[in-house]
Design a protein around this ligand. Structure first.
Ligand code: ADP
Length: 477
């Protein structure tokens, strides 16, 4: 738009189509009219330097271009005939006459309402997120991998017990993480996340007073178009209280299981004595009853042992006893033990050569026993259970296949979680605590091995684990 510098009228001499369109006026409504007749200066705040009158006056005085990056001016929407607040950005260029006086002002405007509203919405949603994070004690952080720059919300410094003005770098964080957890959890999760794109773990951090606190870290990795990791975004939350509760609960389970073990051991000894004394008794009921009682005591002992093991899963508590042994022999022994407990299934195993592994013999036996017991528990009497042990490249793979009820696809990855039991109502009658597979998975992972399942609902399942055949002893935790 071109206006004449004839203050205070500022006659409109010309207007472009675009100017008319954004300001919702017609050419007839503006040409030859005073600028303020068409666009009344609706902001009479004396301190506001951005009113059109002040801006035009200043351009005439200074003879210099004057931009107003953002100002508010309401326009009447021709469709609804209502006033609507709009944000504008304008530029005012003086056109001088021969005497160097301002003759016209070239006034251009851009409607920036969309951008301003979007920015306001973004700020509002960020504020809302920060408020929610503050209310829940959640720290939010962002690590720019390529520029090694680390930004975070104030909760992060608070959780790490530092002054709010402390300038915290990613390596400062590393220094406060417990060295064992740094090695076994953080670095492992970091490298895994570069493949999976996600990370979630719990670690111990040292506060400046050297007290240890548990925190949970969760987040995702962003990749560029070349699939290179560029950013890591995540949350960090103090879970010390709930973790301490969990540790107390585990300690209680450990203590209770320990106390239960003593009377059970004497019960077993008395049963053995009784069996010896009554061996050859003509009453067949006595022999069967003693055998069944013995089996039940064995079952209960195994259960108590698995509770004890759960409580040992805290970092540093599950100690592996490394030794070299023949895996086929261990499988045979475990099958023989299962046969003592039940003769309801045909357990098949055809060992090939001797397979030496370096591992914790008892714990691996526990995993095989668990696979076998589940196979028995979750399949019909009289069906077969097939055990295989084979060497594949650098690993040995053990599998236990049953012809049982199988596991639904969506449940298959959950069965290794702690306390997970099938949601199927029909299975609620089958006894169990949902800890066997969790324990097995922890044991195998601590051997740097792998554990997995393949299953078809209604047809049966195969549970596998594999162990590396190296003679190196992985660092136990
Ligand atoms: P538990 O058997 O004591 O419930 P586990 O940790 O050994 O605990 O197994 C977890 C769940 O996995 C079981 O509750 C069951 O739903 C499922 N599951 C395990 N093994 C089998 C199997 N061989 N066939 C079908 N379902 C199985």
């Amino acid at each position: 738009m071109v206006v004449k510098a004839d203050a205070p009228v500022f006659t409109i001499l010309a207007a472009s189509d675009d100017y008319l369109k954004v300001t919702s006026v017609t050419r007839e409504q503006v040409l030859g009219k005073g600028f303020f007749e068409v666009f009344p200066d609706d902001n009479d705040d004396p301190d506001n330097e951005n009113t059109a009158r002040k801006v035009f006056t200043k351009v005439i005085e200074t003879r210099e271009k004057l931009d107003v990056p953002v100002y508010i001016y309401d326009i009447i929407d021709p469709e609804t005939n209502t006033r609507q607040q709009h944000y504008w950005s304008c530029s005012n260029i003086p056109v001088l006459d021969a005497d160097n006086h301002v003759e016209y002002i070239l006034n251009t405007v851009v409607d920036i309402t969309g951008e301003v509203k979007a920015k306001e919405a973004a700020i509002e949603s960020e504020n809302r997120l920060l408020l929610a994070a503050e209310a829940t004690g959640l720290a939010i952080w962002d690590f720019d991998i390529q520029n090694v720059s680390f930004t975070y919300s104030p909760q992060l410094v608070e959780i790490f017990g530092l002054d709010s003005d402390a300038n915290f770098t990613i390596s400062d964080i590393g220094k406060q993480v417990h060295p064992d957890d740094m090695q076994n959890i953080v670095l492992k999760a970091y490298y895994e996340s570069l493949i999976t794109g996600y990370f979630s773990y719990e670690v111990r951090i040292y506060k400046p007073d050297r007290s240890l606190h548990w925190v949970r870290v969760k987040g995702k990795v962003l990749f560029n178009s070349k699939k290179e990791p560029v950013r890591m975004l995540g949350t960090l939350v103090d879970i010390n209280e709930s973790k301490q509760d969990e540790i107390r609960k585990n300690d209680f389970i450990a203590m209770a299981s320990h106390e239960l073990k003593t009377p059970l051991t004497s019960l077993k000894a008395y049963l053995q004595l009784l069996s010896a004394k009554l061996a050859g008794s003509p009453d067949p009921f006595i022999n069967t009853a003693l055998l069944k009682a013995g089996n039940q005591v064995n079952k209960m002992t195994a259960l108590i042992h698995s509770f004890l093991d759960i409580s040992k899963l805290e970092p540093g508590k599950l100690q592996l006893v490394w030794q070299s042994f023949d895996l086929n022999k261990l499988i045979e022994e475990t099958i023989a033990e299962s046969r003592i407990l039940t003769s309801s299934h045909h357990i098949r195993f055809e060992p090939q050569n001797v397979i030496h592994v370096n591992a914790d013999r008892d714990k691996i036996g526990q995993v095989i026993g668990n696979f076998l017991n589940n196979g028995i528990k979750y399949s019909q009497r009289g069906t077969s259970i097939t055990v295989c042990c084979e060497v594949l490249d650098e690993n040995v793979r053990v599998s236990v296949t049953d012809e049982g009820i199988g596991i639904r696809q969506k449940e298959q990855e959950k069965v290794f979680q702690r306390f997970y039991r099938s949601e199927d109502d029909d299975l609620k009658t089958i006894s169990g605590f949902g800890i066997g597979l969790y324990l097995s998975s922890e044991i195998i992972q601590r051997h740097k091995g792998k554990i997995w399942v393949k299953s078809t609902e209604g047809r049966g399942s195969t549970f596998y684990f594999s162990l590396p055949l190296t003679t190196d002893q992985p660092t136990s935790s």
